[in-house]
Design a protein around this ligand. Sequence first.
Ligand SMILES: [Zn+2]
Ligand SMILES: [Zn+2]
Length: 313
Amino acid sequence: MQHNRRQFLRLAAGFAFSYGLNTRLSLGQEKKATRVILLGTKGGPRVGASGRSNPSTLILINEVPYVVDCGYGTSRQLLAAGMSLDRLRYIFITHHHSDHTIEYGTLFYNAWVTGLPTRIDAYGPTGLEMMTRDFFSFMKDDIDVRIKDEGRPDPHELISAHDINKPGVVLENAQVKVSAGLVRHPMVRQAYAYRFDTKDRSVVVSGDTTYAPELAKLAEGADVLVHEVMYLPGIETLVRRLPNASRLREHLLAAHTVPEDVGRIAAMAKVKTLVLSHFVPGDDPSITDEQWTEGVRKHFNGQIIVGRDLMEI
Ligand SMILES: [Zn+2]
Ligand SMILES: [Zn+2]
């Protein structure tokens, strides 16, 4: 329904544009209270020139940003999405793999030097509190100098990290309830998926996981499921050019989800829209959208979106 309306609006916009009319207003009106913007859609730690940035997803709830994962490039992608960094308020980390954490401290730092006025709350698996303290040690000399020399506020007061030790509700405020569910991502001990229930939408982000039926339970009836995906023939090409090929191949197969299984999870959960993201491999332009979705469609007949950086769902 919404999709049809959007298509209609796009057609109408094109029509109006060709007649020189200002269509911004009519397009703006379709904005939802809860918006999902993919910041980075490439799985894995390697920084490449693929056109996909490393993993991060932005959920905007009544204009308040909730950032899920902080892969390399998250600050830049937030800016590209039109989000000033001093507006940062909540960070969620799905698991302690660098493609989800490497810019965690830096993103906070960037928000601080942009003039962050209020505290950020950050949630993630056990270890996040320590990682936050360690980031402050890592940057100690710089931070001490900037406080004295430039009169900046003490950044220690501007972030509060919360270790999540077990699945369940991790945050609840007037706008949203956020629940964490354990997924399967060996050899990482604690990997979470997050579900955001707001007044107008339910959005689930899988984090990294192999086939995990318990994720379908967490995502039950959700409007949007953002799920990671791995394309096997692409893996074979990828590992062929690497020295640690056989071990890496083993890891990838045990830790990520093939399209058929992504389709199974989406069907089991009866979600409305499935968004593929965290593509593995994420830098092989020869893999077509059709190839990413073919296996998914065998099991899931809802809407399937092949995610791209800065795409809004
Ligand atoms: Zn990852
Ligand atoms: Zn991972």
